[in-house]
Design a protein around this ligand. Structure first.
Ligand code: NAD
Length: 599
Protein backbone atom coordinates (compact mmCIF):
# COMPACT_ATOMS: atom_id res chain seq x y z
CA UNK A 1 0.00 0.00 0.00
CA UNK A 2 1.06 3.62 -0.38
CA UNK A 3 0.25 6.84 -2.19
CA UNK A 4 0.73 7.21 -5.93
CA UNK A 5 4.34 7.87 -6.93
CA UNK A 6 5.80 6.20 -3.83
CA UNK A 7 7.26 3.30 -5.81
CA UNK A 8 4.94 0.46 -4.80
CA UNK A 9 4.55 -1.05 -8.29
CA UNK A 10 8.33 -1.18 -8.82
CA UNK A 11 8.69 -2.75 -5.41
CA UNK A 12 5.90 -5.24 -6.10
CA UNK A 13 7.70 -6.36 -9.27
CA UNK A 14 11.03 -6.76 -7.42
CA UNK A 15 9.36 -8.74 -4.66
CA UNK A 16 7.60 -10.90 -7.23
CA UNK A 17 11.00 -11.72 -8.73
CA UNK A 18 12.43 -12.83 -5.39
CA UNK A 19 9.33 -14.69 -4.31
CA UNK A 20 7.77 -15.98 -7.51
CA UNK A 21 4.50 -14.31 -6.48
CA UNK A 22 1.68 -13.15 -8.71
CA UNK A 23 1.24 -9.35 -8.78
CA UNK A 24 -2.31 -8.03 -9.05
CA UNK A 25 -2.27 -4.31 -9.79
CA UNK A 26 -5.31 -2.15 -9.14
CA UNK A 27 -4.36 0.09 -12.10
CA UNK A 28 -4.46 -2.82 -14.52
CA UNK A 29 -7.60 -4.38 -13.00
CA UNK A 30 -9.41 -1.02 -13.04
CA UNK A 31 -8.58 -0.27 -16.66
CA UNK A 32 -9.41 -3.86 -17.59
CA UNK A 33 -12.87 -3.50 -16.03
CA UNK A 34 -13.38 -0.23 -17.95
CA UNK A 35 -12.13 -1.74 -21.20
CA UNK A 36 -9.30 0.79 -21.51
CA UNK A 37 -5.76 0.12 -22.76
CA UNK A 38 -3.88 -0.30 -19.50
CA UNK A 39 -0.71 1.43 -20.74
CA UNK A 40 -2.45 4.67 -21.73
CA UNK A 41 -2.99 7.51 -19.28
CA UNK A 42 -6.59 8.19 -18.45
CA UNK A 43 -6.60 11.35 -16.38
CA UNK A 44 -9.83 11.86 -14.50
CA UNK A 45 -10.79 13.44 -11.20
CA UNK A 46 -10.41 11.14 -8.20
CA UNK A 47 -14.15 10.72 -7.73
CA UNK A 48 -15.13 10.56 -11.39
CA UNK A 49 -15.41 7.98 -14.18
CA UNK A 50 -13.08 5.06 -13.68
CA UNK A 51 -12.04 6.60 -10.33
CA UNK A 52 -15.61 6.86 -8.96
CA UNK A 53 -16.26 5.14 -5.59
CA UNK A 54 -18.26 2.39 -7.35
CA UNK A 55 -15.43 1.65 -9.79
CA UNK A 56 -12.93 1.62 -6.94
CA UNK A 57 -15.15 -0.80 -5.01
CA UNK A 58 -15.47 -3.05 -8.09
CA UNK A 59 -11.73 -2.89 -8.70
CA UNK A 60 -10.86 -4.08 -5.20
CA UNK A 61 -13.49 -6.86 -5.35
CA UNK A 62 -12.07 -8.02 -8.68
CA UNK A 63 -8.56 -7.98 -7.22
CA UNK A 64 -9.64 -10.16 -4.26
CA UNK A 65 -11.37 -12.58 -6.63
CA UNK A 66 -8.21 -12.88 -8.76
CA UNK A 67 -6.14 -13.28 -5.60
CA UNK A 68 -8.37 -16.14 -4.38
CA UNK A 69 -7.91 -17.95 -7.67
CA UNK A 70 -4.14 -17.56 -7.55
CA UNK A 71 -3.93 -18.59 -3.89
CA UNK A 72 -6.03 -21.68 -4.57
CA UNK A 73 -3.53 -22.64 -7.23
CA UNK A 74 -0.76 -22.38 -4.67
CA UNK A 75 0.74 -19.01 -5.64
CA UNK A 76 1.71 -16.21 -3.30
CA UNK A 77 -0.02 -12.98 -4.21
CA UNK A 78 1.03 -9.33 -4.07
CA UNK A 79 -1.86 -6.87 -4.21
CA UNK A 80 -0.51 -3.60 -5.58
CA UNK A 81 -2.90 -0.79 -4.66
CA UNK A 82 -3.13 2.31 -2.46
CA UNK A 83 -5.30 0.56 0.21
CA UNK A 84 -6.23 3.89 1.72
CA UNK A 85 -9.23 2.48 3.58
CA UNK A 86 -9.28 0.14 6.55
CA UNK A 87 -12.10 -1.99 5.06
CA UNK A 88 -10.01 -2.58 1.93
CA UNK A 89 -7.11 -3.84 4.02
CA UNK A 90 -9.42 -5.97 6.18
CA UNK A 91 -10.99 -7.59 3.11
CA UNK A 92 -7.54 -8.38 1.74
CA UNK A 93 -6.61 -9.97 5.06
CA UNK A 94 -9.82 -12.01 5.12
CA UNK A 95 -9.12 -13.17 1.59
CA UNK A 96 -5.67 -14.39 2.74
CA UNK A 97 -7.04 -16.07 5.87
CA UNK A 98 -9.82 -17.86 3.93
CA UNK A 99 -7.10 -19.44 1.86
CA UNK A 100 -4.77 -20.25 4.77
CA UNK A 101 -2.20 -17.76 3.53
CA UNK A 102 -0.08 -15.48 5.71
CA UNK A 103 -0.83 -11.77 5.45
CA UNK A 104 1.58 -8.85 5.56
CA UNK A 105 1.03 -5.17 4.84
CA UNK A 106 4.03 -3.63 3.11
CA UNK A 107 3.55 0.12 3.34
CA UNK A 108 5.79 1.93 0.89
CA UNK A 109 6.73 5.42 1.96
CA UNK A 110 8.48 8.29 0.26
CA UNK A 111 8.83 11.95 1.18
CA UNK A 112 6.28 14.21 -0.58
CA UNK A 113 9.13 16.11 -2.33
CA UNK A 114 10.51 12.93 -3.93
CA UNK A 115 7.03 11.61 -4.75
CA UNK A 116 6.21 14.88 -6.51
CA UNK A 117 9.39 14.66 -8.59
CA UNK A 118 8.61 11.06 -9.58
CA UNK A 119 5.02 11.86 -10.49
CA UNK A 120 6.06 14.83 -12.64
CA UNK A 121 8.67 12.73 -14.45
CA UNK A 122 6.27 10.03 -15.55
CA UNK A 123 3.44 12.34 -16.68
CA UNK A 124 4.44 12.31 -20.33
CA UNK A 125 5.58 8.67 -20.46
CA UNK A 126 3.21 5.75 -21.05
CA UNK A 127 2.27 4.25 -17.68
CA UNK A 128 -0.46 2.10 -16.17
CA UNK A 129 -0.73 4.64 -13.36
CA UNK A 130 -2.63 7.91 -13.66
CA UNK A 131 -1.14 9.22 -10.43
CA UNK A 132 -0.49 12.98 -10.34
CA UNK A 133 0.50 15.43 -7.65
CA UNK A 134 -3.09 16.65 -7.13
CA UNK A 135 -4.22 13.01 -6.79
CA UNK A 136 -1.43 12.41 -4.28
CA UNK A 137 -2.65 15.35 -2.16
CA UNK A 138 -6.21 14.00 -2.17
CA UNK A 139 -4.95 10.53 -1.21
CA UNK A 140 -3.18 11.98 1.83
CA UNK A 141 -6.51 13.38 3.04
CA UNK A 142 -8.40 10.17 2.25
CA UNK A 143 -6.01 7.83 4.09
CA UNK A 144 -7.46 6.00 7.08
CA UNK A 145 -4.32 5.46 9.20
CA UNK A 146 -3.34 1.91 10.04
CA UNK A 147 -4.09 0.51 13.46
CA UNK A 148 -0.81 -0.76 14.94
CA UNK A 149 -0.34 -4.37 14.03
CA UNK A 150 2.65 -6.65 14.09
CA UNK A 151 2.41 -7.65 10.42
CA UNK A 152 2.73 -4.08 9.18
CA UNK A 153 6.10 -3.28 7.64
CA UNK A 154 7.22 0.09 6.36
CA UNK A 155 9.56 0.25 3.39
CA UNK A 156 11.38 3.50 2.75
CA UNK A 157 11.54 3.69 -1.04
CA UNK A 158 14.11 6.49 -0.99
CA UNK A 159 16.68 3.87 0.13
CA UNK A 160 17.84 0.67 -1.55
CA UNK A 161 14.58 -1.26 -1.67
CA UNK A 162 16.21 -4.46 -2.96
CA UNK A 163 18.20 -4.87 0.26
CA UNK A 164 15.10 -4.15 2.32
CA UNK A 165 13.07 -6.61 0.29
CA UNK A 166 15.55 -9.44 0.65
CA UNK A 167 15.42 -8.95 4.39
CA UNK A 168 11.65 -9.07 4.40
CA UNK A 169 11.50 -12.03 2.11
CA UNK A 170 13.45 -14.09 4.63
CA UNK A 171 10.51 -13.46 6.94
CA UNK A 172 7.73 -13.94 4.44
CA UNK A 173 8.66 -17.60 3.95
CA UNK A 174 7.92 -18.67 7.50
CA UNK A 175 4.73 -16.62 7.45
CA UNK A 176 3.44 -18.89 4.71
CA UNK A 177 3.77 -21.72 7.21
CA UNK A 178 1.84 -19.71 9.79
CA UNK A 179 4.79 -19.60 12.19
CA UNK A 180 6.12 -16.09 12.39
CA UNK A 181 4.33 -12.78 12.44
CA UNK A 182 6.58 -10.23 10.84
CA UNK A 183 7.77 -7.57 13.24
CA UNK A 184 8.42 -3.92 12.50
CA UNK A 185 12.07 -3.04 12.57
CA UNK A 186 14.94 -0.82 11.58
CA UNK A 187 18.20 -2.62 12.24
CA UNK A 188 21.55 -2.55 10.50
CA UNK A 189 21.77 -5.94 8.83
CA UNK A 190 19.43 -8.92 9.14
CA UNK A 191 22.13 -11.29 7.92
CA UNK A 192 23.70 -10.91 11.39
CA UNK A 193 20.69 -12.58 13.03
CA UNK A 194 22.15 -16.10 13.22
CA UNK A 195 25.28 -14.82 14.99
CA UNK A 196 23.12 -12.68 17.28
CA UNK A 197 20.95 -15.65 18.26
CA UNK A 198 24.01 -17.63 19.36
CA UNK A 199 25.17 -14.72 21.50
CA UNK A 200 21.74 -14.20 23.01
CA UNK A 201 21.61 -17.92 23.91
CA UNK A 202 25.09 -17.69 25.44
CA UNK A 203 24.06 -14.80 27.70
CA UNK A 204 20.83 -16.62 28.55
CA UNK A 205 22.82 -19.45 30.15
CA UNK A 206 23.98 -17.02 32.84
CA UNK A 207 20.48 -15.65 33.44
CA UNK A 208 18.92 -18.42 35.53
CA UNK A 209 16.62 -16.16 37.56
CA UNK A 210 15.15 -14.77 34.40
CA UNK A 211 14.74 -18.29 32.92
CA UNK A 212 12.68 -19.35 35.92
CA UNK A 213 10.46 -16.29 35.50
CA UNK A 214 10.13 -17.11 31.80
CA UNK A 215 8.89 -20.64 32.59
CA UNK A 216 6.14 -19.20 34.79
CA UNK A 217 5.25 -16.41 32.34
CA UNK A 218 4.90 -18.97 29.54
CA UNK A 219 2.14 -20.66 31.51
CA UNK A 220 0.46 -17.62 33.09
CA UNK A 221 0.78 -15.07 30.24
CA UNK A 222 0.62 -11.99 32.50
CA UNK A 223 1.09 -9.62 29.53
CA UNK A 224 -1.44 -11.20 27.18
CA UNK A 225 -2.63 -8.47 24.81
CA UNK A 226 -0.41 -5.82 26.43
CA UNK A 227 1.81 -3.58 24.32
CA UNK A 228 5.16 -2.75 25.89
CA UNK A 229 7.66 -0.19 24.57
CA UNK A 230 11.16 -0.60 26.01
CA UNK A 231 14.04 1.84 25.54
CA UNK A 232 17.07 -0.16 26.72
CA UNK A 233 20.64 -0.91 25.68
CA UNK A 234 20.18 -3.40 22.86
CA UNK A 235 22.49 -6.09 24.20
CA UNK A 236 22.26 -9.85 24.54
CA UNK A 237 21.01 -9.47 28.13
CA UNK A 238 18.21 -7.14 27.04
CA UNK A 239 17.31 -9.64 24.35
CA UNK A 240 16.79 -12.24 27.06
CA UNK A 241 14.49 -9.87 28.94
CA UNK A 242 12.65 -9.29 25.66
CA UNK A 243 12.12 -13.03 25.23
CA UNK A 244 10.76 -13.30 28.77
CA UNK A 245 8.23 -10.51 28.17
CA UNK A 246 7.26 -12.05 24.84
CA UNK A 247 6.83 -15.45 26.52
CA UNK A 248 4.48 -13.65 28.91
CA UNK A 249 2.30 -12.64 25.96
CA UNK A 250 3.55 -9.06 25.45
CA UNK A 251 3.56 -7.31 22.10
CA UNK A 252 7.01 -5.79 22.60
CA UNK A 253 8.76 -2.97 20.76
CA UNK A 254 12.38 -2.22 21.61
CA UNK A 255 14.48 0.83 20.83
CA UNK A 256 18.00 1.80 21.94
CA UNK A 257 18.70 3.87 25.04
CA UNK A 258 22.13 4.88 23.77
CA UNK A 259 23.43 5.30 20.20
CA UNK A 260 26.68 3.44 20.89
CA UNK A 261 25.49 0.50 22.99
CA UNK A 262 23.49 -1.35 20.32
CA UNK A 263 24.87 -4.71 19.27
CA UNK A 264 23.73 -4.95 15.64
CA UNK A 265 23.71 -8.75 15.66
CA UNK A 266 21.52 -8.75 18.78
CA UNK A 267 19.11 -6.30 17.16
CA UNK A 268 18.83 -8.59 14.12
CA UNK A 269 18.30 -11.64 16.35
CA UNK A 270 15.52 -9.85 18.21
CA UNK A 271 13.71 -9.20 14.94
CA UNK A 272 14.04 -12.84 14.02
CA UNK A 273 12.55 -13.73 17.38
CA UNK A 274 9.51 -11.70 16.31
CA UNK A 275 10.23 -8.62 18.44
CA UNK A 276 9.77 -5.15 16.89
CA UNK A 277 13.23 -3.59 17.10
CA UNK A 278 14.54 -0.14 16.19
CA UNK A 279 18.26 0.27 16.88
CA UNK A 280 21.45 0.72 14.88
CA UNK A 281 24.92 0.96 16.42
CA UNK A 282 26.40 4.43 16.03
CA UNK A 283 23.13 6.03 14.96
CA UNK A 284 22.91 9.81 15.01
CA UNK A 285 20.58 11.88 17.17
CA UNK A 286 17.93 12.09 14.47
CA UNK A 287 17.78 8.31 14.04
CA UNK A 288 17.93 7.75 17.84
CA UNK A 289 14.83 9.87 18.41
CA UNK A 290 13.11 8.53 15.27
CA UNK A 291 13.50 5.07 16.79
CA UNK A 292 12.06 6.24 20.10
CA UNK A 293 9.14 7.67 18.11
CA UNK A 294 8.73 4.31 16.35
CA UNK A 295 8.52 2.54 19.72
CA UNK A 296 5.87 5.02 20.82
CA UNK A 297 3.97 4.56 17.56
CA UNK A 298 3.17 1.08 18.90
CA UNK A 299 0.91 2.86 21.43
CA UNK A 300 2.41 1.18 24.49
CA UNK A 301 0.46 0.40 27.65
CA UNK A 302 3.64 -0.19 29.63
CA UNK A 303 7.00 1.57 29.23
CA UNK A 304 10.47 0.36 30.19
CA UNK A 305 13.13 3.04 30.20
CA UNK A 306 16.86 3.37 30.84
CA UNK A 307 17.71 7.04 31.37
CA UNK A 308 14.13 8.32 30.88
CA UNK A 309 14.41 9.48 27.24
CA UNK A 310 11.30 7.48 26.28
CA UNK A 311 9.23 8.86 29.16
CA UNK A 312 10.51 12.41 28.56
CA UNK A 313 9.53 12.17 24.86
CA UNK A 314 6.10 10.85 25.84
CA UNK A 315 5.52 13.69 28.29
CA UNK A 316 6.73 16.41 25.92
CA UNK A 317 5.85 15.33 22.36
CA UNK A 318 3.42 12.42 22.49
CA UNK A 319 1.05 13.48 25.24
CA UNK A 320 -1.93 12.04 23.31
CA UNK A 321 -0.65 8.54 24.24
CA UNK A 322 -0.41 9.18 27.99
CA UNK A 323 -4.00 8.23 28.82
CA UNK A 324 -3.47 4.73 27.50
CA UNK A 325 -0.46 3.99 29.70
CA UNK A 326 -0.85 1.79 32.78
CA UNK A 327 2.63 2.24 34.18
CA UNK A 328 6.35 2.03 33.58
CA UNK A 329 9.72 1.05 34.98
CA UNK A 330 13.08 2.84 35.03
CA UNK A 331 16.40 1.03 35.01
CA UNK A 332 19.07 3.52 36.03
CA UNK A 333 20.04 6.14 38.64
CA UNK A 334 19.98 9.05 36.19
CA UNK A 335 16.55 8.08 34.86
CA UNK A 336 15.14 7.82 38.38
CA UNK A 337 16.49 11.31 39.18
CA UNK A 338 14.81 12.74 36.06
CA UNK A 339 11.52 10.98 36.81
CA UNK A 340 11.48 12.13 40.44
CA UNK A 341 11.97 15.68 39.15
CA UNK A 342 9.05 15.15 36.74
CA UNK A 343 6.89 13.79 39.58
CA UNK A 344 7.91 16.66 41.89
CA UNK A 345 6.82 19.16 39.26
CA UNK A 346 3.39 17.46 39.27
CA UNK A 347 3.73 16.49 35.60
CA UNK A 348 4.31 12.72 35.76
CA UNK A 349 1.21 11.15 34.22
CA UNK A 350 1.47 7.48 35.27
CA UNK A 351 3.08 5.35 37.99
CA UNK A 352 6.70 4.34 37.52
CA UNK A 353 8.65 1.73 39.44
CA UNK A 354 12.30 2.67 40.04
CA UNK A 355 13.94 -0.67 39.31
CA UNK A 356 17.32 0.97 39.91
CA UNK A 357 16.46 1.39 43.58
CA UNK A 358 15.94 -2.31 44.27
CA UNK A 359 18.76 -3.63 46.46
CA UNK A 360 19.13 -6.57 44.09
CA UNK A 361 19.78 -4.01 41.36
CA UNK A 362 22.08 -1.25 42.59
CA UNK A 363 24.14 -3.32 45.03
CA UNK A 364 25.10 -5.72 42.24
CA UNK A 365 24.50 -4.16 38.82
CA UNK A 366 25.84 -0.68 39.65
CA UNK A 367 28.67 -1.99 41.84
CA UNK A 368 29.89 -5.31 40.43
CA UNK A 369 28.50 -4.86 36.92
CA UNK A 370 29.74 -1.33 36.31
CA UNK A 371 32.95 -2.04 38.21
CA UNK A 372 33.96 -4.96 36.00
CA UNK A 373 32.57 -3.81 32.67
CA UNK A 374 33.99 -0.27 32.93
CA UNK A 375 37.48 -1.65 33.34
CA UNK A 376 36.73 -4.11 30.55
CA UNK A 377 35.69 -1.25 28.22
CA UNK A 378 38.79 0.81 28.98
CA UNK A 379 41.04 -2.24 28.60
CA UNK A 380 39.49 -3.20 25.27
CA UNK A 381 39.77 0.39 23.99
CA UNK A 382 43.35 1.01 25.12
CA UNK A 383 45.00 -2.29 26.12
CA UNK A 384 46.49 -0.37 29.09
CA UNK A 385 48.18 -2.12 31.99
CA UNK A 386 46.29 -1.06 35.12
CA UNK A 387 49.04 -1.93 37.59
CA UNK A 388 50.94 1.25 38.62
CA UNK A 389 48.46 3.65 36.97
CA UNK A 390 46.90 6.47 38.99
CA UNK A 391 43.16 6.20 38.46
CA UNK A 392 40.87 9.06 39.45
CA UNK A 393 37.36 7.81 40.22
CA UNK A 394 34.91 10.72 40.07
CA UNK A 395 31.91 9.95 42.30
CA UNK A 396 31.94 7.31 45.03
CA UNK A 397 28.35 6.06 44.72
CA UNK A 398 27.49 2.46 43.87
CA UNK A 399 29.18 2.58 40.49
CA UNK A 400 32.19 4.46 41.89
CA UNK A 401 32.60 1.79 44.61
CA UNK A 402 32.71 -0.92 42.00
CA UNK A 403 35.12 0.88 39.69
CA UNK A 404 37.52 1.83 42.52
CA UNK A 405 37.43 -1.68 44.01
CA UNK A 406 38.17 -3.41 40.69
CA UNK A 407 40.88 -0.92 39.62
CA UNK A 408 42.58 -1.37 43.00
CA UNK A 409 42.45 -5.13 42.47
CA UNK A 410 44.30 -4.65 39.19
CA UNK A 411 47.11 -2.80 40.96
CA UNK A 412 46.15 0.82 40.30
CA UNK A 413 46.52 3.69 42.80
CA UNK A 414 43.09 5.16 43.40
CA UNK A 415 42.12 8.78 43.98
CA UNK A 416 38.45 9.51 44.67
CA UNK A 417 36.75 12.88 44.17
CA UNK A 418 33.35 13.50 45.78
CA UNK A 419 30.94 16.26 46.77
CA UNK A 420 29.12 14.24 49.46
CA UNK A 421 31.08 14.23 52.76
CA UNK A 422 29.69 10.82 53.85
CA UNK A 423 30.71 9.15 50.59
CA UNK A 424 34.08 10.91 50.70
CA UNK A 425 34.66 9.65 54.26
CA UNK A 426 33.72 6.14 53.19
CA UNK A 427 36.30 6.32 50.40
CA UNK A 428 38.94 7.43 52.92
CA UNK A 429 38.05 4.51 55.23
CA UNK A 430 38.16 2.13 52.27
CA UNK A 431 41.80 3.15 51.90
CA UNK A 432 41.64 5.57 48.97
CA UNK A 433 43.11 9.07 48.59
CA UNK A 434 40.41 11.73 48.50
CA UNK A 435 40.94 15.27 47.19
CA UNK A 436 39.27 17.95 45.05
CA UNK A 437 39.30 17.47 41.30
CA UNK A 438 41.53 20.53 40.85
CA UNK A 439 44.30 18.53 42.62
CA UNK A 440 43.45 15.10 41.24
CA UNK A 441 43.48 16.47 37.68
CA UNK A 442 47.26 17.02 37.96
CA UNK A 443 47.94 13.45 39.15
CA UNK A 444 45.68 11.08 37.23
CA UNK A 445 46.66 8.81 34.36
CA UNK A 446 43.10 7.55 33.85
CA UNK A 447 39.94 9.43 34.87
CA UNK A 448 36.61 7.63 35.20
CA UNK A 449 33.42 9.61 35.81
CA UNK A 450 30.44 7.89 37.46
CA UNK A 451 28.41 10.69 39.00
CA UNK A 452 25.25 11.16 36.91
CA UNK A 453 26.22 14.85 37.11
CA UNK A 454 27.32 17.38 34.49
CA UNK A 455 30.83 18.69 33.64
CA UNK A 456 32.49 17.03 36.62
CA UNK A 457 35.68 17.21 34.55
CA UNK A 458 35.80 20.75 33.22
CA UNK A 459 37.95 23.26 31.32
CA UNK A 460 40.25 24.17 34.22
CA UNK A 461 40.91 20.49 34.89
CA UNK A 462 41.98 19.77 31.30
CA UNK A 463 44.44 22.66 31.54
CA UNK A 464 46.47 20.99 34.31
CA UNK A 465 46.30 17.35 33.20
CA UNK A 466 49.41 15.34 32.37
CA UNK A 467 50.40 14.60 28.80
CA UNK A 468 48.60 11.35 27.89
CA UNK A 469 45.83 11.65 30.47
CA UNK A 470 42.96 9.38 29.44
CA UNK A 471 39.30 10.14 30.14
CA UNK A 472 36.37 7.73 30.26
CA UNK A 473 32.80 8.11 31.42
CA UNK A 474 30.59 5.36 32.79
CA UNK A 475 27.77 7.57 34.04
CA UNK A 476 24.58 7.57 32.01
CA UNK A 477 24.95 10.60 29.73
CA UNK A 478 27.91 11.96 27.79
CA UNK A 479 27.78 15.24 29.69
CA UNK A 480 29.98 14.30 32.66
CA UNK A 481 33.14 15.31 30.80
CA UNK A 482 32.85 18.79 29.29
CA UNK A 483 33.69 17.72 25.75
CA UNK A 484 33.00 21.11 24.08
CA UNK A 485 35.48 22.70 26.54
CA UNK A 486 38.05 20.01 25.70
CA UNK A 487 37.52 20.74 22.02
CA UNK A 488 37.93 24.48 22.59
CA UNK A 489 41.34 23.89 24.20
CA UNK A 490 42.60 21.58 21.47
CA UNK A 491 44.09 22.39 18.09
CA UNK A 492 43.38 19.03 16.50
CA UNK A 493 41.73 15.68 16.97
CA UNK A 494 42.64 12.23 15.67
CA UNK A 495 41.18 8.75 16.02
CA UNK A 496 44.02 6.60 17.30
CA UNK A 497 42.13 3.31 17.55
CA UNK A 498 38.44 2.42 17.80
CA UNK A 499 36.95 4.32 20.78
CA UNK A 500 40.15 6.38 21.34
CA UNK A 501 40.20 10.04 20.26
CA UNK A 502 43.41 12.04 20.72
CA UNK A 503 42.94 15.76 21.48
CA UNK A 504 46.09 17.78 20.76
CA UNK A 505 46.38 20.67 23.22
CA UNK A 506 47.78 23.99 22.03
CA UNK A 507 50.71 23.56 24.50
CA UNK A 508 51.67 20.21 22.95
CA UNK A 509 50.06 17.88 25.51
CA UNK A 510 47.72 15.11 24.36
CA UNK A 511 44.53 14.11 26.13
CA UNK A 512 42.64 10.96 25.16
CA UNK A 513 38.86 10.67 25.28
CA UNK A 514 37.39 7.17 25.15
CA UNK A 515 34.07 6.20 23.54
CA UNK A 516 33.10 9.82 22.76
CA UNK A 517 32.47 10.27 26.47
CA UNK A 518 29.54 7.84 26.37
CA UNK A 519 29.11 4.88 28.75
CA UNK A 520 32.47 3.25 28.14
CA UNK A 521 31.39 -0.20 29.29
CA UNK A 522 28.79 -0.26 26.51
CA UNK A 523 30.60 1.82 23.89
CA UNK A 524 33.83 -0.23 23.97
CA UNK A 525 32.73 -3.48 25.64
CA UNK A 526 29.49 -5.41 26.03
CA UNK A 527 28.00 -3.77 29.10
CA UNK A 528 27.36 -5.66 32.29
CA UNK A 529 27.91 -9.40 32.43
CA UNK A 530 24.72 -11.42 31.98
CA UNK A 531 24.87 -12.90 35.50
CA UNK A 532 24.36 -9.46 37.02
CA UNK A 533 21.78 -8.26 34.49
CA UNK A 534 19.91 -11.44 35.43
CA UNK A 535 18.91 -9.75 38.70
CA UNK A 536 18.27 -6.29 37.26
CA UNK A 537 16.02 -7.71 34.56
CA UNK A 538 14.29 -10.11 36.94
CA UNK A 539 13.28 -6.94 38.82
CA UNK A 540 12.11 -5.43 35.53
CA UNK A 541 9.99 -8.46 34.58
CA UNK A 542 8.41 -8.80 38.02
CA UNK A 543 7.82 -5.05 38.40
CA UNK A 544 6.03 -4.96 35.03
CA UNK A 545 3.86 -7.88 36.12
CA UNK A 546 3.14 -6.01 39.37
CA UNK A 547 2.08 -2.93 37.39
CA UNK A 548 -0.36 -4.95 35.29
CA UNK A 549 -1.95 -6.39 38.45
CA UNK A 550 -1.91 -3.22 40.58
CA UNK A 551 -1.96 -0.19 38.29
CA UNK A 552 -5.49 0.83 39.32
CA UNK A 553 -4.32 1.21 42.94
CA UNK A 554 -1.21 3.24 42.10
CA UNK A 555 -0.82 7.02 41.91
CA UNK A 556 1.17 9.04 39.40
CA UNK A 557 4.37 8.70 41.44
CA UNK A 558 7.78 7.07 41.34
CA UNK A 559 7.54 3.89 43.45
CA UNK A 560 10.21 1.67 44.95
CA UNK A 561 10.31 -1.95 43.82
CA UNK A 562 8.07 -3.82 46.27
CA UNK A 563 10.15 -5.46 49.00
CA UNK A 564 8.71 -8.90 48.21
CA UNK A 565 10.01 -8.67 44.64
CA UNK A 566 13.49 -7.63 45.81
CA UNK A 567 13.66 -10.55 48.27
CA UNK A 568 12.25 -13.02 45.73
CA UNK A 569 14.93 -12.01 43.20
CA UNK A 570 17.69 -12.48 45.80
CA UNK A 571 16.30 -15.85 46.93
CA UNK A 572 15.97 -17.11 43.35
CA UNK A 573 19.47 -15.94 42.47
CA UNK A 574 20.90 -17.76 45.49
CA UNK A 575 18.98 -20.91 44.56
CA UNK A 576 20.33 -20.69 41.02
CA UNK A 577 23.84 -20.57 42.50
CA UNK A 578 23.01 -23.66 44.61
CA UNK A 579 23.47 -21.67 47.80
CA UNK A 580 21.12 -22.17 50.72
CA UNK A 581 21.01 -19.95 53.81
CA UNK A 582 19.71 -20.22 57.36
CA UNK A 583 16.25 -19.16 58.43
CA UNK A 584 15.22 -17.51 61.70
CA UNK A 585 14.01 -19.87 64.43
CA UNK A 586 10.72 -19.11 66.21
CA UNK A 587 12.74 -18.04 69.27
CA UNK A 588 14.81 -15.64 67.17
CA UNK A 589 11.74 -14.15 65.48
CA UNK A 590 10.24 -13.49 68.93
CA UNK A 591 13.52 -12.03 70.25
CA UNK A 592 14.01 -9.75 67.26
CA UNK A 593 10.49 -8.35 67.56
CA UNK A 594 10.45 -7.72 71.31
CA UNK A 595 11.96 -5.10 73.62
CA UNK A 596 11.74 -6.91 77.00
CA UNK A 597 14.82 -9.12 76.74
CA UNK A 598 18.14 -7.32 77.44
CA UNK A 599 21.40 -8.36 79.10
N1 NAD B 1 27.80 2.29 33.10
C1 NAD B 1 26.72 1.63 33.44
O1 NAD B 1 26.41 0.59 32.90
C2 NAD B 1 25.89 2.14 34.57
C3 NAD B 1 25.21 1.26 35.41
C4 NAD B 1 24.47 1.79 36.47
C5 NAD B 1 24.40 3.16 36.63
N2 NAD B 1 25.03 3.99 35.73
C6 NAD B 1 25.01 5.44 35.85
O2 NAD B 1 26.15 5.84 36.61
C7 NAD B 1 25.88 7.08 37.29
C8 NAD B 1 26.15 6.88 38.79
O3 NAD B 1 25.26 5.91 39.32
P1 NAD B 1 25.32 5.46 40.86
O4 NAD B 1 24.28 4.43 41.01
O5 NAD B 1 26.72 5.20 41.26
O6 NAD B 1 24.81 6.83 41.54
P2 NAD B 1 25.04 7.32 43.06
O7 NAD B 1 24.03 8.37 43.27
O8 NAD B 1 25.08 6.14 43.98
O9 NAD B 1 26.52 7.94 43.00
C9 NAD B 1 26.84 9.12 42.33
C10 NAD B 1 27.90 9.82 43.20
O10 NAD B 1 28.45 10.89 42.45
C11 NAD B 1 28.69 11.95 43.38
N3 NAD B 1 28.82 13.22 42.66
C12 NAD B 1 27.85 14.00 42.13
N4 NAD B 1 28.40 15.11 41.58
C13 NAD B 1 29.75 15.01 41.76
C14 NAD B 1 30.86 15.84 41.43
N5 NAD B 1 30.70 17.02 40.80
N6 NAD B 1 32.10 15.41 41.76
C15 NAD B 1 32.29 14.26 42.43
N7 NAD B 1 31.28 13.43 42.79
C16 NAD B 1 30.02 13.82 42.45
C17 NAD B 1 27.48 11.91 44.31
O11 NAD B 1 27.74 12.57 45.53
C18 NAD B 1 27.30 10.41 44.48
O12 NAD B 1 28.00 9.91 45.61
C19 NAD B 1 24.43 7.40 36.95
O13 NAD B 1 24.41 8.27 35.84
C20 NAD B 1 23.84 6.07 36.56
O14 NAD B 1 22.71 6.18 35.74
C21 NAD B 1 25.80 3.51 34.75
Amino acid sequence: MGFCGCGKSTLAQSLAKISGSVVISSDIVRKGLAGIDCCQHHFEDTDQGIYSPEMTQNTYQAMYAQAEDALKEGYSVILDATFLKEHQRKQAEECARRNNAGFVILEVKLTPELAQKRLEKRLDKPSVSDGRWEVYLKQIKALEPLAVQPNHVIIDSSKSTDKQLLTYWNFLNPIKENEVVMPNFDVKDMSLAALGKKRVDWAGREMKTLSLIKERFEKEKPFKGIRIAACLHITTETANLGLVLKAGGADLTLCASNPLSTQDETAAALVEHGINTFAIHGENNESYYRHIAAALDAKPQLTVDDGADLVATLHSQRTELLNGILGGTEETTTGVIRLRALADSGKLRYPIIAVNDAKTKYMFDNRYGTGQSTLDGITRATNFLWASKTVVVVGYGWCGHGVAMRAKGMGAHIIVTEVDPVKALEAVMDGFSVMPMAEAAKLGDIFITVTGDKHVIDKDHFKVMKDGATLANSGHFNSEINIPALESLSCGKDTIRPSVEEYKMKDGRRIYLLGEGRLINLAAAEGHPAAVMDMSFANQALSLEYLVKNHTKLEKKVYAVPEEIDRAVAATKLASLNISIDTLSAEQIKYLSSWQEGT
